[in-house]
Design a protein around this ligand. Structure first.
Ligand code: GLV
Ligand code: MN
Ligand code: MN
Length: 411
């Protein structure tokens, strides 16, 4: 038996559907890449809604946005929630933006109930979580958490060479506040699970304990472009063949360790012409595991496979690891606050580890953090068909609200 939601379920759902119009795709998903005009439009709408809810807005130098609802004692550090508003190229209506709008809904519901918390409450947007336009993922929360320097973040280029710093200025979200050094009493992030476990186990709430470590690589294999007809097989230097060997090896690595994930998701072939032997192939590798030692071994094996494939096919190899995120363990206090909230509200729940990366992973380095997961249909995410029920979305937001109030009234 589930109790009544603390939040306005219809209002939250409508906000999500209205926001999903910004970057809506024909298949019912969203394409709202970081720092595009669509990202700006979505930010503008969030800021407008937050101002209407009585919040004051702060924007930092990476375009992270903080909407603050005052507390009784505004000298105390706030309790903050939030997530990201950028999407994958073929993303859904919930990944990220749910956590942002859940924060707004908490603020609106506190306003409706005329509840004053001791500490201020903030809802936030973190710039470029997805890492699909600018790699790596979670750059701006990473700077906030001390993992990267500001200059590194501002200089990250997209595949056309435009940098985050330039694009932040262009869309009007290059704020003045320094990134980080903003104390949070606690940070909570609501998110769809993006995997099948909650749905399979018939639980409404995932109490997220932490998340998988990740290592991201960028690989370029260079051979010789030449005509697909006159060039005999035995003297070719075909970069695509080398890449194919590495891609297969990466997949094998993923299969050879329990709970490992290994993906090649981006491939660019040059010149990409059907009757020219590929001279250059650029591709990415994404490795994940919840044990750091296993993740290290996976990375060593992927590199060895690339070296072998390059040698056997007469290719030059440029192999770079561009991102390392150690496995994350959330704050025991915040995890407990989420578990208490789920129990007290009567929602079925279970502990869970996040396979996806999230901004709260980096925020957890500088403030106690935890997450609330809700199920999504078939566990599908990073897909335009991504979906979740209004009931589960509201349940997660109610748990978020209760956990935030508990922390916001604690000294
Ligand atoms: C972010 O979406 C990730 O890659 O986990
Ligand atoms: Mn996300
Ligand atoms: Mn995502």
């Amino acid at each position: 038996m589930q109790t009544k939601h603390l939040v306005n379920s219809d209002r939250l759902w409508k906000s999500l559907m209205d926001m999903a119009k910004i970057g809506a795709t024909e298949k019912g998903g969203v394409c709202r890449l970081a720092l595009t005009d669509l990202d700006r439009d979505a930010r503008d709408l969030f800021v407008k809604w937050c101002k209407e809810a009585g919040c004051t807005i702060t924007i930092d130098q990476m375009g992270n946005v903080f909407a603050r609802r005052a507390g009784k004692d505004n000298s105390l550090a706030p309790v903050v929630t939030g997530s990201h508003i950028d999407s994958q190229p073929t993303g859904g209506k919930f990944d990220g933006v749910y956590g942002v709008l859940a924060g707004l809904e908490v603020i609106r519901s506190l306003n409706d109930a005329k509840v004053e918390t001791l500490r201020p409450i903030e809802a936030s947007i973190w710039t470029n979580e997805e890492g699909s336009r600018f790699a790596p993922a979670m750059i701006s929360s990473g700077i906030f958490g001390g993992a990267f320097e500001l200059e590194y973040g501002l200089n990250r280029p997209d595949l056309d060479g435009k940098t985050m710093g330039e694009e932040l200025k262009r869309i009007g979200y290059a704020g003045k506040e320094p990134v980080g050094g903003r104390p949070f009493h606690a940070f909570f992030e609501a998110h769809i699970e993006q995997g099948p476990i909650l749905e399979h186990d018939k639980k409404t709430i995932g109490i997220v304990q932490g998340g998988l470590g990740q290592r991201w690589m960028e690989v370029t294999m260079t051979g010789v472009e030449s005509h697909a007809g006159p060039t005999p097989m035995r003297i070719r230097k075909d970069a695509m063949v080398g890449a194919a060997h590495v891609i297969t090896a990466v997949n094998k690595i993923g299969h050879s360790y329990p709970h490992a994930c290994a993906t090649v998701g981006l491939v660019q072939c040059s010149p990409n012409s059907r009757n020219t032997i590929p001279g250059k192939v650029f591709f990415t590798i994404d490795l994940r595991h919840n044990e750091d030692e296993v993740l290290t071994k996976m990375a060593q094996e992927a590199k060895a496979a690339a070296e072998k494939a390059a040698k056997e096919n007469g290719l030059e190899l440029d192999y770079k690891e561009i991102w390392y995120l150690p496995p994350v363990k959330f704050s025991a206090d915040c995890v407990q606050a989420v578990a208490n909230a789920a129990s007290e509200l009567g929602f079925s729940h279970m502990p869970i580890i996040s396979g996806a990366g999230h901004d709260s992973f980096y925020i957890n380095r500088v403030a106690p953090a935890a997450m609330v997961f809700v199920p999504c249909d078939g566990g599908i995410s990073h897909n335009e068909i991504e979906n979740a029920t209004q009931e589960d979305i509201a349940a997660g937001c109610s748990v978020l609200m209760r956990a935030m109030i508990e922390r916001a009234n604690s000294l």
